[in-house]
Design a protein around this ligand. Structure first.
Ligand SMILES: Nc1ncnc2c1ncn2[C@@H]1O[C@H](COP(=O)(O)OP(=O)(O)OP(=O)(O)O)[C@@H](O)[C@H]1O
Length: 303
C-alpha cells in the first residue's frame, strides 16, 4: 500500500503541495486531476523519489520513499514512472528498448515478456523498428511497455495517452488498465482527460491551489461535483439554482419557465451542443437536432 502522510513541497518559496494525505492499495487505480500547474507532475515525481519532500513522509508498504538527498540513484525497483518526456534509447529497436532491463540469462522468457508487452501497447509490428523513426505516440507506447517490463508494484503515469491518436487511444486504455488490474499493479495517473478516469479509476483526487479539494470515486464526483472545477472536468455544465447541471441534463420541451435563445450550435456526432442565452446568462444544453441561431427553446432539468 502507498501511504502519503502530510506531504508538503515547494521548489522555492511558493508552496506547490500542502498537507497532502492519501493512500493507494495494491492493484488500485487512482486518478489525479487538476488544472495545468496544479502540481500533478510534481506529486508523481515526489512519489517516485525524484525530489526530496519539504515535509511529510511517503511509504510503499514498509519502505520509505526518499529523494536524492538520501539515494545516490533515484527511484525504486518496485515503482516505475512514465514521465511526459519519455527517455528512450533512439538508436536501438522497440523490442531492445522494452527488454533493456530484462535479464539476458533467460532469453526465452525475455522474448516472451517483450512480445506480451508489445501486444498490450499494440506495437508488435514495430518490434524491430528503431525508436528514432517512430512517431510521438508510438514512442509513448514504447515507454509504457518498458515501464511494465520488470513488473512494478506501482506505476506512475503522467498524461499517458497525450501523444496517442484517438483511433488507438480507446483500445490502448482498455488493454493497459485491464493488464494492470489483472497483474494487481497499483497505478496513479495524472490526467486532464475524463476519458482516462471514467470507467477505469477506483478513486480520484482533485488538486487545486496546492491542496486536495476532493477525493472520492469518479462516479460520486461526477454525480455530485462540489465545485465548478470538478464539474468542468466532466463536460459543459450550467449553474442553475446553485446546482451543477450538465448540458445533457437540460432537455428541450414544449413549454417551461426556462426559455433560452440559441446563440451557437456545435455538431458533436450523436447530438448537438447548444450555447444559448437565458436572461443574459449563457446556458449549454444538448439536443439531437440542429437548432437555428436566434431560435427559442424551452428547457427542463432532467436530473
Ligand atoms: N523544476 C521546477 N522548478 C521550479 N518550479 C517548478 C518546477 N517544475 C514545476 N514547477 C512549478 O510547479 C508548479 C506545478 O507544476 P507541475 O508540473 O507539477 O503541474 P501539473 O499540474 O503537472 O501541470 P500540467 O498539467 O501542465 O502538466 C507550476 O507552477 C510549475 O511552474
Amino acid at each position: 500500500m502507498l501511504n502519503v502522510k502530510q506531504l508538503n513541497f515547494s521548489y522555492d518559496q511558493t508552496p506547490i503541495l500542502k498537507d497532502i494525505n492519501f493512500s493507494v492499495n495494491a492493484g488500485e487505480h487512482l486518478a489525479i486531476i487538476g488544472e495545468s500547474g496544479s502540481g500533478k507532475s510534481t506529486l508523481l515525481k515526489l512519489l517516485y523519489g525524484e525530489y526530496d519532500v519539504t515535509e511529510g513522509r511517503v511509504f510503499w508498504k514498509s519502505t520509505e520513499i526518499l529523494g536524492p538527498k538520501f539515494n545516490l540513484v533515484v527511484g525504486y525497483d518496485f515503482i516505475k514512472y512514465v514521465a511526459q518526456e519519455f527517455d528512450l534509447m533512439p538508436f536501438i529497436s522497440v523490442e531492445e528498448n522494452v527488454g533493456k532491463y530484462l535479464s539476458n540469462f533467460f532469453p526465452k522468457e525475455k522474448i516472451e515478456r517483450t512480445n506480451e508487452l508489445l501486444e498490450v501497447v499494440e506495437l508488435s509490428n514495430f518490434a524491430k523498428t528503431k525508436v528514432k523513426t517512430l512517431s510521438g505516440g508510438q514512442k509513448q507506447r514504447v515507454a509504457l511497455a518498458r515501464a511494465l517490463a520488470k513488473q512494478p508494484e506501482l506505476l506512475l503515469l503522467d498524461e499517458p495517452f497525450s501523444h496517442i491518436d484517438n483511433f488507438k487511444k480507446q483500445s490502448l486504455r482498455r488493454r493497459l488498465f485491464k493488464y494492470l488490474k489483472d497483474k494487481n499493479i497499483a497505478c496513479i495517473v495524472a490526467t486532464h482527460d475524463s476519458e482516462d478516469v471514467l470507467g477505469y479509476a477506483d478513486e480520484m483526487i482533485v488538486l487545486h491551489q496546492a491542496n486536495i479539494i476532493a477525493k472520492n470515486s469518479p462516479e460520486q464526483l461526477y454525480r455530485h461535483p462540489e465545485t465548478p472545477l470538478i464539474a468542468s472536468f466532466f463536460g459543459e455544465f450550467n449553474v442553475i439554482n446553485d446546482d451543477f447541471i450538465y448540458a445533457h441534463q437540460l432537455k428541450v420541451v414544449a413549454k417551461s419557465n426556462l426559455n433560452a435563445i440559441v446563440k451557437q450550435c456545435y455538431f458533436k456526432g450523436s447530438f448537438y451542443l447548444i450555447e444559448a442565452d437565458f436572461k443574459g446568462k449563457t446556458l449549454f444544453f444538448e439536443h439531437r437536432l440542429k437548432l437555428d441561431v436566434g431560435q427559442s427553446a424551452y428547457l427542463e432539468i432532467t436530473k
